[in-house]
Design a protein. Structure first.
Ligand SMILES: Nc1nc2c(ncn2[C@@H]2O[C@H](COP(=O)(O)OP(=O)(O)OP(=O)(O)O)[C@@H](O)[C@H]2O)c(=O)[nH]1
Length: 308
């Protein structure tokens, strides 16, 4: 409950409002480079958009032929480039409070003067907090989409990827396939050798899957011992071949298990996306195919045929 006596009388203050209006106009139209840079950078948390703004503002002060930025964030390389090189360059490692936030390089045909280098450094000082925030935002987003045990995409990442893939398959008519791959009798491994060994096998499986796939294919940990693989431009016959190949890769894993090395097999279910099919239906068909592979005795692949 508000204390009514503390509420100020509801009268307008024309002088203050006029000052606010002036201040807003100044803020909006400022010719102060640093203030404008800070204002523009604060409008976005997209690192790409921030670097575009920085490049735009910087080229007004210190013309350059190209700007390149590179930073490894949450195990992925973030690269931004604009323009085409030149023989002279200046490079800055961006850091704040002991943390690195990437390397920014400018190239130009003419040498950079001392005054220009000082100008660039001043602008980078004005941008660094914003760049730090954008880098941290990417890292947080990445963490939310990554499975902590294996380092590959998690269920949430798969859900988002399935949405995008369904939309693209419908728009472009290109085939997309989904493989669900589940380790066989994994409970026995945990029961007989412990969870640490089970975890190790899951991590090795993720590694093997990534090695066995093309760069355009993406792999996710979908559940405990279940993985999903999304394959663009791949029909169901090709996806079946991929599924058999990855089962072979998983079977080649050897883990120290006492007297004899431990091995593991997997079952796979394959479904190709159907026109206008919702992601959940697509996933359900792949799951049904996986169920059939398990029912058929495991260590095999089954396809949910798009034409029966
Ligand atoms: N070590 C480890 N085990 C997990 C993890 N997530 C799930 N599991 C285990 O995976 C096992 C899955 O067991 P089930 O669903 O019965 O499947 P299964 O034994 O592989 O049998 P089928 O799938 O029918 O071949 C359970 O023992 C879970 O505890 C994990 O992150 N680490």
């Amino acid at each position: 409950m508000k204390n009514l006596t503390s509420i100020r009388p509801n009268t307008s203050r024309p002088a203050r409002l006029a000052a606010l209006k002036q201040s807003f106009q100044d803020w909006n139209n400022t010719s102060d480079v640093m203030a404008r840079l800070a204002r523009r950078l604060s409008t976005t948390l997209s690192l790409e958009a921030q670097l575009s703004i920085l490049a735009e503002e910087m080229t007004d002060m210190v013309p350059f032929d190209s700007l390149n930025y590179r930073h490894r964030i949450a195990r992925q390389d973030f690269i931004f480039s604009t323009g085409m090189g030149g023989p002279h360059r200046c490079e800055y490692r961006l850091s704040l409070e002991g943390h690195q936030y990437g390397t920014l390089t400018l190239h130009r045909r003419q040498r950079f003067s001392e005054e220009e280098l000082t100008g660039i450094e001043m602008m980078l000082s004005g941008a660094i907090c914003h760049i730090r925030n954008a880098c941290q935002f990417i890292a947080i987003e990445q963490t939310a989409l990554t499975d902590s045990l294996t380092g590959i995409g998690n269920k949430r990442a798969l859900d988002e990827a399935l949405q995008r893939a369904s939309a693209m398959a419908d728009r472009h008519g290109a085939p997309w396939s989904l493989i669900l791959c589940d380790l066989d009798h994994f409970k026995l491994i945990n029961d007989n050798h412990g969870h640490v060994v089970g975890d190790h096998i899951l991590a090795r499986t993720a590694e093997k899957l990534e090695q066995a796939l093309r760069n355009s294919d993406t792999v996710y940990r979908f559940g405990g011992e279940e993985f999903a693989i999304l394959l663009p431009h791949t029909n169901e016959q090709e996806a079946r071949d991929v599924a058999d190949r990855i089962r072979g890769a998983i079977e080649s894993i050897r883990v120290d298990g006492g007297e004899t090395p431990l091995t593991v097999t997997a079952s796979c279910g394959v479904a190709m996306h159907l026109t206008d099919e919702q992601p959940e239906q697509w996933l359900a068909r792949a799951d049904e195919a996986l169920y059939r592979a398990k029912a058929a005795g495991r260590n095999c692949t089954r396809v949910f045929a798009s034409i029966s």
